[in-house]
Design a protein around this ligand. Structure first.
Ligand SMILES: Cc1cc2nc3c(=O)[nH]c(=O)nc-3n(C[C@H](O)[C@H](O)[C@H](O)COP(=O)(O)O)c2cc1C
Length: 185
């Protein structure tokens, strides 16, 4: 049974509509663990030993978050700076190398509608393009990038839309490969 780790980064989960629905839809899937990173690290100080161990124990990694200013919530960047820097720049042989080939899925919710994420729309660039820094990071870390799971109009989505989104999310997570062998060194 592959072990799937969902790291949830939400600055105000108590007020969440979409991310809450997504978490609820996958919580009971076999082998899933969802970690509310904001609840765990409300002071912004990450327990790097614990988070390295969590990544090493996972077969598949999901980073779930609401889009904030065309990017990730700040705690996700803090996590990258603390955890990935140690694994890939300071302890590559013992830690970073061991992540090679593990699939990584970005699950991002956006408040705006798809048309806003077009060349003539308000946000000018596609959400897929705005996520390129995460794709570059995954590539740098030898993780197996998966096509992101994206929800638009998330803040105002009704219950039925979120129920369907949750079903799709559960399907995507269930179909993630365990690892991509050619990336394993
Ligand atoms: C500080 C902040 C910045 C935001 N920036 C964006 C943005 O750049 N693009 C966008 O589509 N939505 C943006 N939003 C809206 C959130 O992405 C949206 O409310 C969220 O995905 C809804 O998910 P939730 O119901 O789980 O909170 C922003 C929200 C906040 C609080």
């Amino acid at each position: 049974m592959p072990n799937t780790l969902i790291l949830l980064f939400h600055s105000d989960y108590a007020a969440s509509n979409a991310n809450r629905a997504l978490c609820k839809a996958v919580a009971e899937l076999p082998g899933i663990s969802v970690v509310d990173m904001q609840a765990l690290y409300s002071d912004g100080v990450i327990d790097v030993d614990a988070e390295v161990a969590r990544l090493l124990a996972a077969d598949r990694i999901v980073l779930q978050f609401p889009v904030q200013w065309y990017s990730t919530p700040p705690l996700l960047k803090t996590w990258q700076d603390a955890v990935l820097t140690r694994m890939f720049y300071l302890a590559y042989e013992d830690e970073g190398r061991l992540l090679a080939g593990k699939p990584v899925l970005i699950a991002a919710t956006a408040g705006n509608v798809p048309e806003a994420y077009t060349p003539t729309g308000q946000n000018r660039f596609s959400l897929r393009d705005l996520l390129r820094p995460l794709e570059a990071t995954a590539h740098r870390c030898g993780l197996a990038w998966q096509e992101p799971f994206l929800i638009y109009g998330a803040r105002k989505a009704d219950a039925e839309t979120l129920r369907l989104a949750g079903e799709h999310y559960a399907g995507r997570i269930s179909r993630l490969p365990r690892s991509i062998p050619e990336l394993v060194q």
